[in-house]
Design a protein around this ligand. Structure first.
Ligand SMILES: [Zn+2]
Length: 342
């Protein structure tokens, strides 16, 4: 499979995050991608491809211009005020406060952030921007006739909404690809999110649309991030009613449980008959993941790849989560290998 690497994956390298009340080293860091890259380079059979640059326009089809301008400029603005260290949000305009265009940088950050786990630093925009470009490059491979392609990138994207960031995500790469595909003549796109966490941003972006079916198999939001979205009763609205489905699974779910959800998702996909499948690929469903609670084993990811292949659709993978760094390369490789070899 063609694998498109984000060349700027290392330029977003924040030091800490707030996790369950403590400042801890960021779980989402460049060593994740380094491990995956090392594994692919040590196991020939998949072509590493350079990323093209399709400019800002595809990003602006999904993300609000004011939000993109914020991401592009906040670090320079921060430094111009003499501030040092990563930018971490600490106040949010929740109901009861006034939501407004604020000039103060603390207020601006809180306006666009939805969680405190996601810091911004000097290279954040470059990493996110090039990540979107790598996803678009992988899509272009599929559009040109490849059976499948994989965008190997970080930071991840599926938690990012049209105008807010959080859950380590800034630009929603899967949504940018889906929207681009629609504009380029694909009538129907399905996004099947297999990351451990619900793809809240992706769901929200397409929630009122019937042309993009959004499905997500994830840890139940009763006990897992993002807590405030990802429940079974969220089915879409207006034209999009019936075109979103969530498959939340309880903590401790096995691969057998996961396959039960996949089988239901497959029925939806078969009925929808999309022209393109986009898979936000997180392997934080792995049993050893430090911030997740499923019980998938490394060999299960081979079977996951085979199941995704069995959907028999042009397929585009985009890298999302997975935080047990040592086996991360093997687990991601197994999905891609399982897909390619079946
Ligand atoms: Zn995740």
């Amino acid at each position: 499979m063609k694998v498109v690497l984000n060349p700027q994956f290392g330029s977003h390298d924040v030091q800490t995050e707030i996790h369950q009340g403590k400042m801890v080293p960021s779980f989402e860091n460049p060593s994740r991608l380094k491990h995956i890259l090392d594994h692919f380079q040590a196991h020939p059979g998949h072509d590493l491809i350079d990323s093209n640059d399709y400019g800002i326009d595809p990003i602006l089809k999904v993300h609000a211009r004011g939000y993109v301008t914020f991401l592009q400029s906040i670090w320079a603005d921060w430094c111009a005020e003499g501030r040092v260290g990563d930018i971490v949000p600490y106040i949010w305009p929740v109901p009861g406060l006034k939501r407004m265009d604020h000039e103060n940088l603390n207020a601006k950050v809180g306006t666009f952030a939805f969680s405190s786990d996601t810091a911004i630093m000097a290279g954040t925009w470059e990493a996110a921007y090039q990540g979107a470009q790598s996803a678009l490059t992988a899509f272009e491979m599929v559009r040109a006739g490849e059976r499948a392609a994989f965008a190997l990138t970080r930071p991840p994207g599926h938690h990012a909404h049209s105008a807010s960031y959080g859950g380590y995500c800034f630009l929603n790469n899967a949504a940018i690809v889906a929207e681009t595909a629609r504009e380029q003549g694909y009538d129907k796109v399905c996004i099947l999110d297999v990351d451990y966490h619900h793809g809240n941003g992706t769901q929200d972006i397409f929630y009122d649309r019937a042309d993009v079916l959004t499905l997500s198999i994830h840890g139940h939001p009763d006990t897992n991030f993002p807590y405030f979205l990802g429940y079974e009763d969220e089915c879409g609205e207006a034209d999009g009613h019936g075109f979103n489905q969530n498959f939340p699974l309880k903590d401790g779910a096995s691969f057998e449980d996961w396959c039960g959800a996949f089988n239901q998702a497959q029925v939806r996909i078969d009925h929808f008959q999309p022209d393109l499948l986009v898979v936000p690929l997180g392997v934080d469903t792995y049993e050893g993941d430090p911030i997740s609670n499923f019980k998938l084993k490394s060999e299960d990811f081979l079977k996951m790849g085979q199941l995704l292949k069995s959907l028999n659709l042009p397929c585009m993978f985009v890298m999302e989560g997975g935080y047990d760094v040592a086996p991360l390369g093997q687990n991601v490789y197994n999905v891609i290998e399982g897909f390619d070899r079946s």
